[in-house]
Each structure stands twice: as C-alpha cells, then as structure tokens.
Design a protein around this ligand. Sequence first.
Ligand code: NAD
Length: 313
Amino acid sequence: FKGKTIAVIGSGLIGRSWAMVFISAGYRVTVYDVQTGQATHAIEEISKQLKELQEAGMLRGSLSAQEQMSLISSQEDLKQTLEGAFFVQECVFEDLTAKQDIFQNLESHVGEDVILSSSTSCLLPTEVFLQVTHKKRCIVSHPVNPPYYVKLVELVPHPETDAAVMKRTYSLMKEVGQSPVRLRREIDGFALNRIQYAVIAEAWRLVKDGVLSVADVDLVMSEGLGMRYAFIGPMETVHLNAEGLEQYMQRYGEGMKRVLSSFGPVPDFSGEAVKMINQEMCELIPSDPQHLAARRERRDRFILGLAKLKKDQ
Ligand code: NAD
C-alpha cells in the first residue's frame, strides 16, 4: 500500500500515535479533528516528538523526522480528509453515539472498498458499526497506549467483516511494524482486557482478603511474572516449564484446577474495599497530579527502555 493515504479521524493521544506509526512506514496521513485547530496543533506536537525521537535514536522506520513530517497534513474538512484514502483509522472519544455517528458520516464520503477501522477500547464492532450499511469493510483495530512502543493491535471483526478486510488490515499493521492479533469473533473486552481483568481481579482478592499488601501484590507482577511476560506469553511459559505443554498439564493441571476453583467471585470494586485498598495505594503513591505525573514519566521511561531491548533482540 506504500505511498498511499491513510485518514486519521480524531487527533488526541491515540490519533497522534497512529499518525506517527503510519508515517514512519512511508504512508501519507491526513489528520482531521472536529475541534477547530486541534489537528494543526497535533501536527506541531508530532513534529516536536519526532525530533526528540530522532535525537534519542528511537525514531521508527528508515525515513528521517523531516521526511516523515513531509508525509503528514491536517484538514478542517472531513470530505477532503478522506479524498484518496484507502484506510480510515477512527480515534474519536470513547462514546458509542459519537462513534456510530462518525462512521455513518464517514461511509457517506468514501467508496465501498475503503476500510473503516475503529480504535475503540471496549465497544463491540456490532455496536460501533450499527449505522454503517456496508459492514463488510469495517473492523476494530484496538491499539495499546502508547502504540509507538507497545506494538500489540487487536483486530476484531464485525460478524459481517469480509475475510479480505481482516487480511488487508493485518498486512498493513505488520507492514507498519505493529504486532497484530486476529480475534476470530467479537467478544466483550477483546483479549487484552479479558486477561488484564483476570489479573486485576485476583490481585484485588489477595489484597482484600488480607493475604498480600498492595505493594507486594504489585511486586509479584513486576519482579515475577512480568519479567518473562514482556518476551513470552503464558502458553510458551507452560511449554518451556516442562518437556512441552502436554507434559506440563499432566504434571500441574490438577493443581491448577484446584487453585483456580478456590478463586472468589467477581469483586464489586466498590464500598469499603475500594476505600481500604485506595488508602494503602496512596500511602505508596499519593494520587495528586505531581506524584502521578512523576510515576507516569518513570513508567514511560521504562517502557521505552524495554522497547529498545526488544528491538535489539
Ligand atoms: P482523546 O480524548 O485524547 O482524543 C479524542 C479526539 O477526538 C479529540 O481531539 C476530539 O476533539 C476528537 N473528536 C471527538 N469527536 C470527533 C468527531 N466526531 N470527529 C473528529 N474528531 C473528533 O482520546 P484518545 O485517548 O485518543 O482515545 C481515542 C480512541 O482510542 C477511543 O476510542 C479510545 O477508547 C481508544 N483508545 C485509547 C487508549 C488510551 O490509552 N488512551 C488506548 C487504546 C484505545
């Protein structure tokens, strides 16, 4: 698809990141935002970020920051934004009505072969694309923040999505250097959040039931499971921890079932438990903007280091 145009609709955090990923691979990108001046502002921010990335040796792709910037432009008019685009990545607020309206609007301006892709984190394709007539060209491409460093993209089809649309989107994501995964059907929470929520729920129960402190439950992940999960997933973990997956299950399957059946019900994440757990968390990291900003800066610095390490693998 190289040299072709991708339209990015919505120029907030995620819209900017998608734009940076696409131009890094040589695509032309047109950015549109409903808020006047916002898309222009986004392009200025991207320019700043690309220069910083170039200086830090972390710029993606083989083009210089300046070459990448020559591929991006902003538009105040939706119809012009979509002119010549073969792929549209929607990144507007996570609001169902807003998404449904924008997709209905987008469809009225583009040909039937243009792929309409949504960044939604948790709305199902059947809901997001409800108002679209030709749903076969619709797909969810859910990124993880920040997509520039965290490469996973969950591709989630609408029941009517054409297999060729899934294939083309998968190829595009691979080509721009992301790591796409294909869900074979839509499911609430997609895959990442289903797994993430399972982890959060058990961490919550262990703290609430007085087994572990907040600090220690986080250490179980950051100094234990997390050490390997940046490089191998749970399936490979199992496969390597015995002479293959089947032998692991013969050895540990019964024990896993016993432990899993001792898990409590879904927590309600409210009431006294929230107050107690929040207080313990805030003793470690106060929830005022300065402390949170400092910890976010630390998190992003570490993610960048990890991205570098993975790149050099
Ligand atoms: P954001 O609030 O930073 O940006 C949203 C942008 O969309 C704003 O600039 C707004 O002006 C613009 N907008 C609103 N309605 C519009 C319309 N009708 N047409 C054009 N532009 C419009 O939001 P974000 O964090 O970038 O999230 C965007 C999408 O990406 C959401 O669906 C969100 O769930 C998803 N997402 C977010 C994250 C994250 O961590 N922030 C991660 C993955 C996916």
